[in-house]
Design a protein around this ligand. Structure first.
Ligand code: ATP
Ligand code: MG
Length: 276
């Protein structure tokens, strides 16, 4: 079960966002996608999840083409995602945010729930238990009945990942899961993501936090101006002079880049506090 991009292109009018990208993502590994702002990372996620159409090329999962499918059809193929800017159902409780995503698994037998109430009760209990287990995995069980929109920003990020996992996806796409998190929350996130690694799952993480990417990912794809610039292990990426010059700048610039990432984190933190 491999996810494959084949000569993928995406343009918005005359702006070429993705330019002939071919690569594949094996299960059992955590894949990072990195690159400067505007490199095309989110566009890759959006096309894979069916949120954006593909201009040309193909995206195959286990041999079947995902291109041209509606978002819900892609989800039914086992693809789940989170967003660069959190998109929860703010007015619903934390538990309900998960339960609504559980529903598609049950829809085929909805008629039985209507005709046989004990069946419905039993299924509701099972659904709740499964969702509570996921909440506990992310240490969110204490928030189960809270409104999702009222959660601290870091908890909302965790909840979004928990929600993406409700369908037990074969492909998990995370767009900047650490954005706006403090160091403690980032460490917690890193350990949770490491625990989600499974031979049955392709995990792709778009991230600017280089410490997280280098410590968590088995393989990294480097995007630059819509093109795939480099792919390899974290050590290979760090050793690549192409990546150094095109993405990280010269070795002397690395401290500046880390400082810029800190600024970005601080800005997001300010925004997060305003939201809550
Ligand atoms: N909906 C859209 N309409 C028009 N242009 C878009 C759209 N989404 C992305 N783009 C453009 O496509 C290019 C790639 O954007 P994308 O969001 O994929 O970059 P990114 O690597 O995720 O950047 P960042 O790190 O800032 O999130 C950019 O030039 C961007 O302006
Ligand atoms: Mg992006």
């Amino acid at each position: 079960m491999t996810l494959t991009f084949q000569n993928l292109r995406k343009h918005y009018g005359s702006n070429v966002a993705i330019d002939d990208v071919s690569t594949s993502f094996a299960p059992g590994l955590i894949h990072g996608i990195i690159g400067p702002n505007g490199a095309g990372k989110s566009t890759l996620i959006n096309m894979t999840a069916g949120s954006y159409t593909v201009s040309s090329g193909a995206i195959h999962l286990d041999g079947s083409n995902l291109c041209g499918l509606q978002k819900f059809e892609v989800a039914n193929q086992g693809v789940a995602r989170t967003y660069q800017n959190i998109r929860l159902f703010d007015q619903m409780t934390v538990l309900e945010n998960l339960e609504v995503c559980y529903y598609p698994q049950a829809v085929g037998q909805a008629w039985k729930e209507i005709l046989w109430p004990p069946f419905a009760t039993e299924r509701e209990a099972r659904r709740r238990a499964a969702c509570m287990e996921l909440l506990s995995f992310f240490n969110l069980q204490g928030y189960a009945e809270a409104e999702a929109g009222s959660l601290p920003y870091g908890r909302q990020r965790m909840l979004e990942i928990a929600r993406a996992l409700v369908t037990n996806p074969r492909v998990l796409l995370l767009d900047e899961p650490a954005a706006g998190l403090n160091h403690h929350e980032t460490a917690e996130l890193t350990s949770r993501l490491a625990a989600l690694k499974s031979p049955e799952r392709v995990m792709i993480i778009v991230e600017h936090d280089m410490d997280l990417v280098m410590s968590l990912c088995d393989r990294i794809v480097v995007m630059h101006h819509g093109k795939l610039l480099f792919e390899g292990t974290p050590a290979e990426v760090q050793a690549s002079t192409d990546v150094q010059t095109a993405y990280l700048g010269t070795a002397n610039d690395i401290d500046d880049i880390k400082a810029a990432a800190e600024d970005r984190r601080a800005q997001l933190g300010i925004r997060a506090r305003r939201r809550s």
